[in-house]
Design a protein around this ligand. Structure first.
Ligand code: NAD
Length: 457
């Protein structure tokens, strides 16, 4: 039987329906062969020091910067995000790489610990072969956030990018591979079946970013071989607007964070809980800012909101909105769609028995619910199996911080987005994460900890 792939994966521009390009879908035998090659190449890569591995990867920053415009165009064509955001994605990866490599190297240096009788060295060794499985919403930075720490830890990597954005990933992988010994990084293309086959292959670590549902399947499949997993999953992020909040600032943030990347962001603001005393003013401001957003193809100048990634995602979002309205939600702004373009939509008058308050929407929809008293706001914000990000807006920082500490999310921003300072982890709580990235602890999840001890003489 042939081991060559027989089928082709087409990448479609969601704004126009045009074919952007195509890649071959990896057959199971090809996936297994990629894992075998990675395993063969890994020991020599692992023998290099952390500084040598960092040196090998460092030129990637300049190469990304040189090709930023071209890569940004490809991102926009493959998944629709406005060009400005696509360029920010590429430049962000380039600008932060040097610091990231230093941070990872520092996290993985061996450490010594001793007591009266024993001297121990704690090592952070590679696992072996890492399967890196990525989503499409940040087609460059998501593969990058999996591949870089896995390689720095001395693992070889087989990357399976999203079937929605194979071409960006192909370019990215080619740039990284040019810096590495043969076989250390491979890429395989395809959808669920290819992801499943990769998880089932002889890999040691599965680093996955994607939906909660797929995360659960991967965890179950990994259990067979007790393979290590790092799962960064979806969210249903709440925003709490306290009665003393700066309403202009809060409304501006809500609109930016609900509609950026057409709401296709894991830490999008999907649920907004606003004190009933200020709710009418807040809603009016959000509606006004939302109405100003320009919707269109990401290639057009000045566009704020591009298309949904595909028709399936569009229909899912529209159905959630339709059901919420049928159950009594009020449309404050937006509504409707044209082809894959869903108008930025603001709903109010929601209740927690509606589907839209429970399931991740991943589209340009902001849901506003009025609360009475902080206890109710906290209870509603925590009433979800998700726990990725959250935000609290209020002028009295001490009070806002106290509310923040009661939220069950992994990352909470007070009067800002949920992302932390450099060196802070990217971490989901509850069903939004199982393992995490960034920070000393996050980087170490890509490595096997080992201890070698000797008696003190
Ligand atoms: P998805 O779960 O549908 O797919 C993610 C990847 O998994 C794709 O490459 C897909 O082909 C692959 N896959 C699908 N089924 C598989 C299986 N059974 N075994 C192995 N691989 C499989 O997610 P998506 O639609 O690509 O991305 C959107 C989701 O990702 C949202 O839920 C979003 O919140 C989440 N996300 C989370 C973060 C984070 O940092 N926590 C970041 C970005 C996106």
């Amino acid at each position: 039987m042939s081991t060559r792939s027989l089928s082709i994966l087409e990448s479609i521009d969601p704004a126009t329906g045009a074919t952007v390009g195509a890649v071959p879908i990896a057959a199971r035998a090809e996936i297994e062969a990629a894992v075998r090659s990675a395993r063969a190449a890994q020991p020599a890569w692992a023998r290099r020091t952390l500084a040598e591995r960092a040196c090998a990867l460092a030129p990637l920053a300049a190469r990304l910067e040189e090709r930023a415009e071209e890569l940004a165009s490809l991102i926009t064509r493959e998944m629709g995000k406005p060009r400005r955001e696509a360029l920010g994605e590429v430049r962000g990866c380039a600008a932060t790489l040097a610091a990231r490599l230093n941070e990872i190297a520092a996290a993985l240096e061996p450490e010594v610990t001793e007591d009266a009788n024993t001297r121990s060295v704690i090592y952070h060794d590679p696992f072996g072969v890492c399967a890196a499985i990525a989503p499409w919403n940040f087609p460059l930075s998501m593969p990058h956030s999996l591949v870089v720490p896995a390689l720095m830890a001395g693992n070889a990597v087989v990357l399976k990018p999203s079937e929605e954005t194979p071409l960006v990933a192909e370019e990215y992988a080619a740039m990284v591979r040019a810096l590495l010994p043969a076989g250390v990084l491979a890429i395989v293309h395809g959808a669920d079946e290819v992801g499943k086959a990769l998880v089932e292959a002889e890999v040691d670590l599965i680093a996955f970013t994607g939906s909660r549902e797929t995360g659960k399947k991967i965890l179950a499949a990994a259990a067979q071989g007790l393979k290590r997993v790092i799962l960064e999953l979806g969210g249903k992020d709440p925003m709490i607007v306290l009665d003393d909040a700066d309403l202009d600032k809060a409304a501006k943030f809500a609109v930016m964070n609900a509609f950026r990347n057409a709401g296709q962001v894991c830490v999008s603001t999907e649920r907004i809980y606003v004190d009933e005393k200020i709710a009418a003013d807040f809603e009016a401001k959000v509606a006004e800012l939302t109405a100003r957003l320009k919707v269109g193809a990401g290639t057009e100048e000045g566009v704020d909101v591009g298309p949904m990634v595909n028709g399936r995602q569009r229909d899912f979002v529209l159905e959630q909105v339709k059901k919420a309205v049928a159950q009594g939600a009020r449309m404050v702004a937006g509504g409707g769609h044209k082809e894959n373009f869903v108008m930025p939509t603001v709903l109010s008058g929601l209740t927690h028995d509606m589907d839209i308050m429970k399931k991740e929407t991943f589209g340009p929809v902001a849901c506003i619910l009025r609360y009475r008293g902080e206890d109710e706001a906290v209870r509603l914000a925590n009433d979800t199996p998700y726990g990725l990000g959250a935000t609290v807006f209020g002028r009295d920082e001490t009070r806002a911080l106290a509310v923040a500490r009661r939220l069950q999310a992994g990352m909470i921003g007070v009067n800002k987005s949920c992302g932390g300072a450099s060196g802070a982890p990217w971490v989901g709580a509850k069903e939004s994460g199982y393992g995490f990235h960034g920070s000393k602890d996050g980087h170490r999840q890509f490595a096997q900890t080992r201890v070698v001890s000797v008696p003190k003489g």
